[in-house]
Design a binder for this molecule. Structure first.
Ligand SMILES: Nc1ncnc2c1ncn2[C@@H]1O[C@H](COP(=O)(O)OP(=O)(O)OP(=O)(O)O)[C@@H](O)[C@H]1O
Length: 452
């Protein structure tokens, strides 16, 4: 609903004078469309008009409030019903609330003001809910089959197949791949292609939360559970109820918390920190890591039992440099999107730019490629993006003991770095690195290296 759509209210009240009073008060908001009905029958006859809110007098001439409430709840489960009644009977109020009434008001001198406040609150909640649904639908459309994850390489086609298979069930999925390869994108694609698409997708990055806060972030806490816990907080597991929980960088989870997570997942119940009551939850779990989890298990940093609990359906994302021509396909798509979004004239990659992109190792993978070509689209003077417009970092940050590149890729990166630094002087580079000049020429010929 946009705020311009009227908020439809039914007032069910057989006392004509009191009913008109309620209608008059509620109509003071020009966005309200208010109708009064004096009987249960008349209300039921008009339910197809789908009111957003109903005020219900408990004692009507042709039915008891409870009966009518039950029928309304069956036909319009999303419509809030407020009971307004002269009965000061607590038992009736409790039974109506149990049947799903939003609230219960006893007719007195404050009723009109309280009613006004309640309707305002319900209206706001309804608007947020509908906006939320609209956004979910829009986002869902973006993550539909083959939409968000671009690439024609066989490895990416295989990823699409696995995503479709994962989406059919609630199996746990473990996504692996270097940073920026699209692990979160895969998690969202699975969620939005599954029957849980209308429910929450909650992402938590284990590496981004201070160690001492991870437990309360995941499981929630009760008020006063620890210094700083000033109010009760629902954990991310509970927040994801009915939907999908994406635990990114799972290898960064502390060993002690790994044990707790395993217990919670096995029991499908969570107890908030400082709480005593277990709350059941139903989530589809997707985990991701850029590390080799099995190696973490072998090194004693990750529990083996949790590893097997989380492995589920593994999806491995290859680094961008192993996806052949996908680097160009992605680059062109990112440039096109960026230019459209920023009202720039279309910009095309020159042959030189394409060659450079193909030769770059992209340690930051798709994220890096996107940033590079978007910046190039900004920097380019005309409609062509030249090689020099691409802010490609030489291999400096990509080599060394912690590098994710293969030895051959690291070698290429080092030689390229020297070539750039020595302005393409092959002999000087060969002397500096103590390798044969023919090796360098061969690498240039095979387009592993570029001379600018
Ligand atoms: N195949 C792809 N097609 C289109 N865009 C992609 C693709 N893969 C990744 N991206 C984009 O690249 C960026 C990084 O992707 P994402 O955050 O999913 O990577 P990640 O592997 O989860 O990264 P990290 O390891 O840092 O958490 C995002 O903007 C994402 O939309």
């Amino acid at each position: 609903m946009t705020s311009t759509l009227p908020f439809k209210i039914f007032v069910i009240e057989d006392n004509e004078w009191y009913g008109e009073l309620l209608v008059y008060r509620l109509s003071q908001n020009p966005n309200h469309s208010v109708q009064r009905f004096a009987t249960a029958r008349a209300c039921l006859d008009h339910l197809d008009e789908k009111p957003d809110f109903i005020t219900l007098d408990y004692s009507l001439p042709d039915a008891k409030g409870e009966q009518l409430l039950r029928q309304i709840r069956e036909r319009l489960p999303g419509t809030e019903v407020l009971v307004v009644s002269g009965q000061e009977d607590v038992g009736t109020a409790v039974s109506m609330l149990r049947q799903g009434a939003y609230d219960y008001l006893v007719k007195d001198e404050n009723t009109l003001d309280r009613l006004w406040n309640i309707v305002g609150k319900v209206e706001q909640q309804a608007r947020l809910r509908r906006e939320n649904n609209q956004l979910r639908q829009q986002i869902g459309a973006r993550y539909g089959a083959g939409q968000a994850i671009l690439g024609e390489h066989a490895s990416i086609q295989q990823v699409h197949t696995l995503i479709a298979k994962a989406a059919r069930t609630t199996i746990t999925v473990s996504v692996s791949g270097e940073t920026g390869t699209g692990k979160e994108l895969v998690a969202k694609a699975i969620h939005f292609q599954s029957s849980r698409a209308g429910q929450p997708f909650v992402a938590v990055n284990m590496a981004a939360i201070p160690r001492e806060l991870v437990e309360s972030e995941l499981f929630g806490h009760e008020k006063g559970a620890f210094t700083g816990a000033v109010a009760r907080r629902v954990g991310r597991l509970e927040e994801a109820n009915g939907g999908t929980l994406f635990l990114d960088e799972i290898a960064d989870l502390d060993l002690s918390l790994q044990a707790k997570l395993l217990r919670v997942l096995q029991e499908r119940e969570v107890t908030r920190v400082g709480g005593s009551q277990a709350v059941a939850f139903d989530v589809r779990l997707i985990v991701a890591t850029h590390r080799d989890l099995l190696a973490e298990v072998q090194a004693g940093r990750f529990r083996e039992d949790l590893y097997y609990r989380l492995l589920g359906l593994p999806i491995a994302l290859p680094p961008l440099r192993q996806r052949g021509n996908d680097v160009l396909l992605l680059a062109e798509e990112f440039v096109r999107d960026f230019c459209t979004q920023n009202n720039l004239p279309p910009r095309l990659l020159t042959d030189d730019a394409r060659e450079r992109l193909k030769g770059h190792p992209f340690p930051g993978n798709v994220r890096e490629l996107k940033a590079v070509v978007e910046l190039a689209a900004v920097l380019a003077d005309g409609e062509a993006i030249n090689g020099d417009d691409l802010p490609l970092r030489a291999g400096r940050t990509t080599v060394g003991p912690g590098s994710q590149l293969s030895l051959r890729e690291q070698t290429t990166a080092i030689v390229q770095h020297c070539l750039d630094e020595m302005e393409g002087d092959v002999l000087a580079v060969a002397a500096r690195l103590r390798i044969g000049k023919s090796t360098i020429y061969r690498m240039i010929q095979q387009r592993e290296l570029h001379v600018s």
